[in-house]
Design a protein around this ligand. Structure first.
Ligand code: TYD
Length: 206
């Protein structure tokens, strides 16, 4: 089972899922936790180029292609082998981030971005996508408070950009209702953690 976590900045998806991972491990499931962009050595190198705050000249299509390239490498080296071994792969961000950020917010078009990603992933879609939905205003405030978190090139975008990201994610949830579950990330940490675990367990029992 391939699970992806998506959402605007500061949605708390990483914290929310750590509880589910602990609980699932306790129940005997083998879990591989990973993230995008990155997750393997080559993919992390690509990540550094994409998120470097000095790369202000980066063209939007270059950005989209680099995300897709990093995704491909990560699938080949990490995700596909783990799925083959019957493990549950939980990945922080995947192709829907490209559709929402590059396709929607950057305006490159969701279908254009989908087509390069179908090529990159050989049509590998997640079985379950948890969308941690939050008003970007609240999300960005959370990030600003968290001093340990590094600020990246996309965090520096204006609120309007992040609102577009959120709306694009919600559009994607409508487009792919069979794999999307929306989690209200504005709730308390405990509630969000519980909703996350429930959504995963429900899918596992199907
Ligand atoms: P990261 O620090 O991992 O952010 P987060 O904790 O929010 O996941 O940085 C990843 C950034 O890259 C984030 O701003 C979202 C963006 N992104 C895209 O624009 N397109 C993509 O395809 C992916 C995977 C991420």
């Amino acid at each position: 089972m391939f699970i992806t976590l998506e959402g605007p900045e500061g949605s708390g998806k990483t914290t929310a899922v750590s509880f589910a991972v602990e609980e699932l491990t306790r129940r005997g499931y083998q879990i591989v936790r990973t993230r995008e962009p990155g997750g393997t050595e080559i993919a992390e190198q690509i990540r550094n180029v994409i998120l470097d705050k000095n790369n202000v000249k980066m063209d939007p299509r270059t950005e989209a292609l680099l995300y897709a390239a990093s995704r491909r490498q990560h699938l080949v080296e990490k995700v596909w082998p783990a799925l083959k071994e019957g493990k549950i792969v939980i990945c922080d961000r995947y192709l829907d981030s490209s559709l929402a950020y590059q396709g929607g917010a950057r305006g490159l078009g969701i279908d254009n971005i989908l087509s390069i990603n179908l090529f990159a992933t050989e049509n590998t879609f997640p079985d379950l996508t948890l969308l941690f939905d939050i008003d970007p205003k609240i999300g960005l405030e959370r990030i600003a408070k968290n001093k340990d978190r590094e600020v990246n090139r996309l965090d520096l975008e204006k609120l309007e950009f992040h609102n577009k990201v959120r709306n694009s994610f919600l559009e994607l949830a409508k487009r792919y209702p069979e794999r999307f579950v929306i989690i209200d990330a504005s709730k308390s940490v405990n509630e969000v953690q519980q909703d996350t675990l429930n959504a995963i367990l429900e899918r596992l029992c199907k």
